[in-house]
Ligand binder design. Sequence first.
Ligand SMILES: CC(C)(COP(=O)(O)OP(=O)(O)OC[C@H]1O[C@@H](n2cnc3c(N)ncnc32)[C@H](O)[C@@H]1OP(=O)(O)O)[C@@H](O)C(=O)NCCC(=O)NCCS
Length: 145
Amino acid sequence: MTMTVRAWTKEDVAAIAEIERQSFSDPWTEDMLKDALRFPVYHTFLAEEGGQVCGYSCLIVLFEDAELANIAVAPTCRGKGVGKLLMEKMHEKAKALGAERVLLEVRVSNESAIGLYEKYGYSRYGKREKYYADGEDAYLMAKTL
Ligand SMILES: CC(C)(COP(=O)(O)OP(=O)(O)OC[C@H]1O[C@@H](n2cnc3c(N)ncnc32)[C@H](O)[C@@H]1OP(=O)(O)O)[C@@H](O)C(=O)NCCC(=O)NCCS
């Protein structure tokens, strides 16, 4: 079977919300996910294989700046390159829309995500103290396209 990537539709929201809850202590709600479908600055990506949702991401593009707003892979699909595929699709889209850099925040303890971002040339340019509701700090990371 082949992994394909397409934009989200409203029919995907329940499956995405389920992976959110499995992946984050502060998951996006279904309403937050639906907002990503309503506003044109949001660009959504869904990786699926045989009709099964394996991962998803969301990119906000505003002129020269893009922000990687969300990315997660279903626990059973991790470590198989789905995260990399989503990163590549987002970078392609950001470039095509004329963005010059991509920014993101990540929990300082999130080694797998930091590893993924470093692999794609993101570097840390700052730290935001107690950025998350549970008091954890965030690294600010950026990549020039
Ligand atoms: C981060 C996440 C999206 C990675 O997705 P994935 O499909 O498992 O990643 P891939 O298989 O494409 O791996 C890509 C790279 O990420 C890094 N990586 C992935 N898992 C890792 C781990 N457990 N430890 C360290 N680095 C890891 C590696 O650099 C890897 O490249 P390699 O396989 O060539 O070594 C996934 O772990 C996830 O959904 N985590 C929970 C949600 C989350 O934290 N999202 C980020 C919020 S900022």
